[in-house]
Design a protein around this ligand. Structure first.
Ligand code: HEM
Length: 778
């Protein structure tokens, strides 16, 4: 309510409506009273600036802004989820209200910027979003990759021999703008003029032009508005041309009430900003962050397959949208605080991204973080950024080009400045330097031909690899080799829990094999596995036995745990067959350390063939050994005859053994028996035996067709829906989605019997619909 705001408050306050008093009776704490996102401390590091709030007062009223400020992950996600209670209509409200003179100028140009998508309410928003989504899907975006690569190369060519550059000025500002113009379908001849005006539009919406600048800005914005209209008319004459705007024009022909004239004209302007500044800033933030962690920079230089994950982690750690806005449409509670209808909310998504409740060691830059893609920099739910995969593509290509051509890039000494505003955040300049005589292409021009495929969609933890070196090997039996691995760079290795495994990449064979960790989880210097030579196997173990020797560098993925050991359980029965002893031995050690009541039952052909027997002696009479050649056989039917609610059973071994245990345990509570599954064909499809079905996505408002030769996960990704995944074989549970209606055809080994019967969740990597349709909470 600007009319009640005094002139002097307006000059200081960025939002219309700012300066309003705290809601009646609401106590404002001293820190809440001081909160001011235009202070340099917020600009430099928003999550750090509101750390006190995350810890002590996660929802507070800021009298300086007249906004409620929300800083915790779960609260913010909840707000994003519900776009009816929390309307996005104020998302693009002008930050600095313009004075009457500038307003008159805008009027003289018939300036009519209106709602687009990001600030449109339902029911208008969703049908429009659905209709306009196709050009953002993974398949459609692939066509833009050569253009982004070519532009990036041209820009780097211009400074690669200079030894220093301001990356923002010389590359990161212009490339995303040009990509945005191409994506929108702006004709080449209009690009330069549009480029000039678009910057004025940004200042008009997000900036704080001084009163004397406002009129000039208003003229530029007015011109931009008119030019956007003219370009649109040009596009209408040739709607078959490629481009998102032309696509919108084609959609308007059949759906004029959904894709309105006002939308098209406004989007012509707003689309440039949405696609340009966000990506330019995100790229500058990412490069700054990586260069200030030189060992991480070096890692991605050495292994560019880490780049997609590095991009995601940078978007989490230091994204370009620091906060977003919503309007409460009814009285509601957030984090236990009453918020009245009509309240404005500043949701500090960058703070959510540093919330320890969701991200372990949240301030750490960890490019192998498994849940980095839970970041909220792209928003979430029905308005989640449609251009996220175009942005990811650009950022991956920038990093690939710079790590390839300038791996010796260093961050120069400088003070970083930011344009003061709440939301869009990136350094105005990013100075870097290097020694051009060391440019790899001078010595080996062939490197310029190297290219890594861009990974569209959310990165898969599946693709994360880590370099290790073999520290030591030892034959434990005639055919079981113990291998100790250390980090290649001498750094520490990740923590792991009993039941975890690693994927070992078998040289150039193009295959990887999973091996359980069997050493000491608390030793961060070494990972230990034991590998049985299986000549009848698929080649992995033979490769290990032939090639692995101390000093050999290797790639691994993980550690990951699909076989969790509940350290709170009162009693544990641990059962191993043959090489299945590896995870069981780690569990036994944990059980002992916790003072748990446990037994180990270990079956094998002969003592000679059974690994780790000597070290297992530490478990005394808790260890029961059954070597077949001594005629000792385990009697699991008797051992497990009486179900016990306080006991958990963990088993790893040949399928015969685990099948038999599954039968015996049918009368046990359904989550009592835990089995380690290594080889799985659950994710494999036989299209001849499958039927296509439709998945209705309730939150997104879309319906996705899952073809007979496609998994639900693939179909969702193709439709631009981010889904976490890991094993993609129905083993790990990371791709779980909630089912609201329809019957899932479960194919995984994660869900328990009662969860399957309940039918309210399913694993999207392998499970399907029994009928033609399923409704998901996505
Ligand atoms: C919406 C961030 C790049 C197009 C959004 C939203 C955010 C965002 C925070 C609002 C989300 C919500 O309300 O839940 C970003 C960031 C980017 C980026 C951080 C770069 C790193 C792009 C690009 C494009 C684009 C490259 C276009 C080519 C859109 C559109 C929407 C949107 C059309 C509106 C979606 C809707 O309301 O349904 N973006 N964006 N964005 N973004 Fe992006």
């Amino acid at each position: 309510n600007t009319s009640s705001t005094s002139q002097s408050t307006q000059a200081q306050c960025p939002f219309s409506g700012a300066g309003s008093n705290a809601p009646a009776g609401y106590p404002v704490s001293p820190r809440a009273a001081q909160f001011d996102p235009f202070e340099d401390a917020y600009q430099q590091d928003p999550p750090e600036y509101v750390k006190w709030s995350r810890e002590e007062e996660p929802v507070f009223f800021s009298p300086k802004l007249g906004y409620w400020v929300v800083t915790r992950y779960e609260d913010i996600k909840q707000i994003f989820r519900d776009n009816i209670t929390f309307s996005p209509s104020i998302a693009l409200e002008k930050i600095t209200p313009t004075g009457p003179e500038a307003n008159a100028v805008l009027e003289s140009y018939n300036y009519g910027m209106s709602r687009t998508l990001v600030n449109e309410d339902e029911p208008a928003h969703m049908p429009r979003r659905r209709l306009l989504m196709e050009p953002f899907t993974v398949d459609a975006l692939k066509h833009h990759e050569p253009m982004v690569r070519q532009l990036t190369r041209q820009y780097v060519d211009q400074f690669v021999n200079d030894g220093k550059a301001d990356l923002v000025e010389q590359m990161l500002w212009e490339v995303p703008l040009t990509v945005a113009l191409h994506f929108l379908g702006v004709p080449e001849e209009d690009m330069d003029t549009l480029r000039k005006y678009s910057i004025a539009h940004t200042v008009n919406t997000w900036g704080r032009p001084k009163p004397e600048e406002q009129v000039a800005v208003a003229h530029a914005v007015g011109n931009f508005w008119q030019l956007a209209g003219q370009i649109l008319e040009k596009m209408r004459k040739n709607p078959e041309q490629p481009g998102w705007m032309q696509y919108g024009i084609r959609m308007q022909q059949t759906n004029p009430e959904v894709v309105t004239d006002s939308y098209l004209h406004s989007m012509m302007m707003a689309g440039i900003v949405a696609a340009h500044e966000t990506t330019a800033n995100a790229s500058a933030n990412a490069i700054k962050l990586l260069l200030s962690h030189p060992h991480v920079w070096q890692e991605i230089c050495e292994d560019p397959s880490l780049i997609p994950n590095a991009v995601e982690e940078c978007l989490r750690h230091n994204g370009s949208v620091a906060a977003w806005r919503r309007l409460a449409t009814r009285d509601v509670q957030i984090g236990g605080v009453d918020i009245a209808a009509g309240s404005k909310l500043l949701i500090v998504s960058s703070s959510a991204n540093h919330d320890e409740r969701h991200f372990a060691d949240a301030d750490l830059l960890d490019i192998r973080r498994e849940n980095a893609s839970d970041q909220l920099t792209f928003g979430y739910g029905s308005h989640q950024c449609m251009g996220k995969n175009l942005a990811r593509m650009e950022m991956q290509i920038f990093l690939e080009e710079l790590t390839l051509r300038l791996p010796h890039l260093r961050l120069s000494e400088q003070t970083f400045t930011y344009v003061p505003n709440t939301s869009f955040r990136g350094p105005e300049h990013l100075w870097v330097h290097w020694d051009p005589s060391e440019n790899p292409e001078r010595h080996n021009p062939a490197i310029l031909g190297k290219q890594h495929p861009v990974r569209l969609g959310e990165p898969s933890t599946h693709s994360l690899s880590r370099q290790v070196v073999v520290q030591e090997t030892e034959m434990l039996t005639d055919d079981i080799m113990r291998i100790r691995l250390a980090a290649a760079d001498g750094q520490t290795l990740p923590r792991w829990t009993p039941g975890s495994h690693i994927d070992l990449v078998c040289g150039d064979l193009g295959i990887s094999r999973q091996y359980s960790l069997c050493g000491d989880p608390t030793n961060p210097q070494v990972l230990e596995i034991a590998v049985l030579r299986e000549d009848a196997g698929r080649g992995g173990s033979a490769w290990v036995h032939q090639h692995i020797r101390s000093g050999l560098p290797l790639h691994i993925r993980g550690p990951r745990n699909h076989f969790h050991f509940d350290e709170q359980t009162k009693k544990a029965i641990l059962i191993a067959g043959g090489i299945g002893i590896t995870p069981i031995s780690a569990m036994a050690r944990a059980a002992r350390a916790r003072g748990m009541d446990y037994q180990i039952h270990y079956c094998g052909r002969s003592r000679k063939s059974m690994a780790l027997l000597a070290s297992l002696q530490e478990h005394g009479d808790r260890l029961h050994v059954y070597p077949a050649d001594e005629g000792r056989r385990a009697d699991f039917a008797s051992l497990l005859a009486a179900p016990d609610a306080d006991t958990q059973i963990y088993a790893c071994g040949p399928q015969r053994l685990t099948d038999c245990l599954q039968k015996i345990c049918e009368s046990w509570p359904d989550d009592a028996l835990h089995i380690e599954h290594f080889h799985s064909t659950l994710g494999k499809l036989d299209p001849g035996k499958e039927h296509a079905f439709e998945a209705e996505l309730k939150q997104t408002g879309m319906t996705v067709t899952v073809a007979a030769d496609q998994t639900l996960l693939e179909a969702l990704r193709a439709a631009n829906i981010d889904i976490q995944s890991d094993c993609e074989e129905g083993l790990c549970g990371s791709c779980e989605v909630s089912v609201l209606a329809g019957q899932p055809d479960h194919r995984d080994v994660v869900l328990t019997r009662s969860e399957r019967i309940a039918g309210n969740k399913m694993m999207s990597c392998c499970s399907r619909a029994i009928d033609q349709r399923i409704v998901l909470d996505l």
